[in-house]
Design a protein around this ligand. Structure first.
Ligand SMILES: NC(=O)c1ccc[n+]([C@@H]2O[C@H](COP(=O)([O-])OP(=O)(O)OC[C@H]3O[C@@H](n4cnc5c(N)ncnc54)[C@H](O)[C@@H]3O)[C@@H](O)[C@H]2O)c1
Length: 445
């Protein structure tokens, strides 16, 4: 099938390349000309495992093309996906300008029937608005086309976006239009092993399902971070608690990791947006208010542990920070807990020596150059001359460090493990103080 996509970001690019791999003829548009020019030459604007090879294969086969020409993208596909960014401000107001700009463009340029699909995460009712904007443009120029607008939220995870596109847990199609449902069912056929994975529903339910999913994930994380606090005071180990409850089939093992707080481009913004949606309808979401508050506190947890260790004397200390991205296998720094740690340490007069396997340049763009921040080219370099080490992102390359060497290099050997990646006993056996999240044993010492 001929498919157009607007938005060559983490989602759009992964989805476009996966559609091309499945044999569809894909034209992917982005408003960022430099991004498109790079992609046309096979240069990746972001880090996502397996994506570079998939894009290269699509370009070589001619099934994947990139354009900055809005009109060309509006004319190419019988299905047109809107996969642009939908940021939310601090109050949860979602900026739909990019979505509506694409909808208006389709209305201005389209000359044949089309199924338009809103894949961006956007508040309930956005597909209705897209339809209105699009039809407004069509009627203004007297164009008589059949255009169906569907909602098709995306559930992929950064860091495994390609895998998730190739093998989604489920595909949610929000449309009551049989033609749109038939077209999207055909489009997704190569990705759906079992018909039960294809969930067809009305647009509003599909839109809400995306927010509800992210709210649930955020809730699980904040719940476990609260349990971690309990564990710290009770002298229990949250890792043991996690295993015990994760083995319960009613609960399941995923998203039960206590840590330095959730980050990324989606959870925080989607929780804010959902809260605002409900508040506007006169129904404040109390659970999510607590989820946000817990996460806010949790992002400051590593700093609190450091304050405890250094007995409040953080000024003048140098902290090595391993990992900056909000999770491994991505260079995405949006809302990353590392940003809060860096900010607190700098405000307290500490220096930081930071290293991340792939997020150095996105982090540098966000944080900027400061006297107290040294950008290091390797994990070992970050340790040189540091007092202590903070582990913020659980990249595989940090999982088995040489603790004996760390003990030698650090001036005041201590590890603040924001992802509970290490075993306290192993670290302590090397002569290093260990602080994890919710590992009461080490705090109560
Ligand atoms: N990142 C994730 O893990 C994830 C997962 C599921 C859903 N989502 C949702 O998917 C959407 C896209 O997220 P993302 O992380 O890929 O965003 P992103 O910021 O990485 O990419 C968005 C792209 O859209 C482009 N764009 C903006 N306006 C445009 C226009 N008018 N025409 C063409 N291109 C335009 C931008 O230049 C950018 O390259 C968001 O609504 C997000 O909430 C994201």
């Amino acid at each position: 099938m001929k498919v157009s996509l607007f938005g060559a970001g983490y989602v759009g690019l992964s989805f476009a390349a996966s559609l091309a791999e499945a044999g569809h003829e894909v034209l992917c548009a982005d408003a960022d000309l430099a991004r498109i020019e790079g992609l046309q030459r096979g240069l990746m604007p972001l880090h996502e495992p397996d994506l570079e090879a998939l894009v290269a294969a699509g370009l070589a086969a001619g099934t994947l093309r990139f354009t900055a020409d809005e009109r060309a993208a509006c004319l190419h596909g019988e299905v047109i996906f809107i996969v642009v960014n939908t940021p939310a401000d601090a109050e949860g107001r979602v900026d739909l300008r990019h979505v509506m700009a694409v909808a208006a463009g389709i209305g201005r340029h389209r000359d044949r029937d089309a199924v338009v699909v809103c894949k961006s995460t956007a508040p309930v009712g956005t597909a209705d608005q897209v339809e209105m904007v699009l039809n407004g443009e069509l009627s203004q120029r007297g164009a008589r086309l059949r255009v169906a607008v569907a909602a098709n939220p995306e559930f992929l995870r950064e860091g495994s976006a390609v895998r998730d596109c190739r093998r989604p847990d489920r595909v949610v199609i929000g449309s009551e239009n049989p033609w749109a449902v038939e077209v999207l069912t055909r489009l997704y056929a190569p990705f759906v092993e079992n018909p039960a994975q294809l969930l067809v529903m009305d647009r509003r339910s599909a839109e809400l399902a995306k927010y509800a999913a992210n709210a649930m994930l955020a809730t699980r994380i904040s719940f476990m971070n609260e349990m971690a606090r309990v564990a710290e005071h009770a002298g229990a180990d949250i890792e043991m608690v996690r295993r015990a409850i994760g083995a319960d089939r009613r609960i399941g093992p995923d998203f039960l990791q206590a840590g330095a707080g959730y980050g990324g481009s989606c959870l925080a913004k989607d929780v804010r947006a959902l809260k605002r949606m409900a508040e506007r309808d006169g129904y404040p979401l109390r659970i999510l208010t607590a989820v946000e508050a817990t996460n806010h506190e949790q992002k400051g947890r590593l700093f609190e542990l450091m304050t405890h260790h250094f007995e409040g004397r953080i000024a003048g200390k140098t902290i090595a920070v391993w990992g900056l991205a909000f999770k491994p296998d991505t260079d995405d720094m949006r809302d990353a807990p590392s940003l809060v740690l860096l900010e607190r340490l700098r405000a307290a007069g500490a220096r930081v020596q930071v290293y991340d396997p792939v997020a150095m340049s996105t982090a540098r763009d966000l944080v900027g150059e400061h006297e107290g921040v040294r950008w290091c080219g390797a994990a070992d370099e970050a340790l040189q001359g540091a007092d202590a080490l903070a582990l913020v992102t659980e990249w595989p390359e940090f999982s088995r460090p040489d603790f004996a060497r760390i003990a030698q290099v650090l001036r005041s050997p201590a590890i603040f493990d924001g992802r509970n990646l290490y075993e306290a006993a192993t670290v302590e056996a090397a002569g290093i103080a260990y602080y994890g999240i919710g590992r009461g044993r080490s705090l109560l010492r």
